[in-house]
Design a protein around this ligand. Sequence first.
Ligand SMILES: Cc1ncc(COP(=O)(O)O)c(C=O)c1O
Length: 366
Amino acid sequence: MTVGSLRTPAILIDRATALRNLDRMQAEAIANGIRLRPHAKTHKSPLVARWQVDRGAIGICCAKLGEAEVFADAGIENIRIPYPLHPANADRLVALSNRTHLSFIVDHPAVAKQWSEALVRRARQIDVLVKIDVGFHRCGIDPAAAGAVDMIRMVASLPGLRLKGLLSHAGHAYHAHTEDELKAMADTEARTMRELADRCRSAGVKIEEISAGATPPARFSITQKGFTEYRPGNYVYFDRTQVALGAATFDDCALTVLATVVSKPAPDRVIFDSGSKTLTNDGARGFDAAPGHGVVIDHPDLLIERLSEEHAIVKATKGSTKLEPGDRVRIIPNHSCVVSNLVDQAWLVDGDGAEALPIAARGRIT
Ligand SMILES: Cc1ncc(COP(=O)(O)O)c(C=O)c1O
């Protein structure tokens, strides 16, 4: 296929750019003596996971069991699920652990005990890490709480779980306002994790691994002392938000949406066929969060002002646009991870050549 012959809207992945992004992060990890375990929720593609593992990644992360099942079926041999799974999923988890080296997280004492009981009943012991809240305030235990070390020691004592270490995710880095603030978040995360690991070790609890990971602070985090593993996800494709957070340039953005102009209601307004079911309603974040629903490549004057489900309403901010119905554009979305989850198939692009890229784990949200 050629890019020109694709039906739109279509999700394009520039192969050379994606591979360069993978190579760079892998090289950084190797240079800093840290294992890379990319989060596959961005690409949801076994082919891209294979690229990552072939470059030296220790394995991958998945957000949900359903995602992990797809990657295990595709032969990925080491999968970590940094998500607070519920023990009602014990049968699925055990079945999955027969097909791949599996680990997951716990962050709640009662849930950890239920997991241990469920696994003991099935004569199994599975690797876990305790999730630590380093400022995102989503899940994870409070490292400053009086009972933090006791909780981790309790997990270490559970017969169905094999405690490997501590895990954090600096998701609050997406809300940093400046480069300095972002760096401070990375420093604080590393210090918090090191200190907690030291307190655990002093209390006799073995901590082999300290796992962190997020794309915005990666450039500051990967060089920190103490981390044994880094889990970036978005870095394979990047997006407008990562550019606004200083983590990438527009040239690094591998995922674009190919869209067609389907109407021109006014000289200064055109309609693209990529609405919220393609671009998603995620707004841009970043130091200087830009308005609109993505960047139209080569058309800096265009602002994707509003989205309906199937329409992007685009304003020419300098008065009028030369675009006419039938013309095609490429858009860098605000958030690439959610865009690739909306299609069963993206297109791997080399110049004008396009090859189907199945998004095999798309929609695996259970
Ligand atoms: C637990 C966890 N680890 C790692 C990541 C990867 O973060 P990013 O996509 O910013 O690289 C995520 C992203 O959602 C996450 O939730």
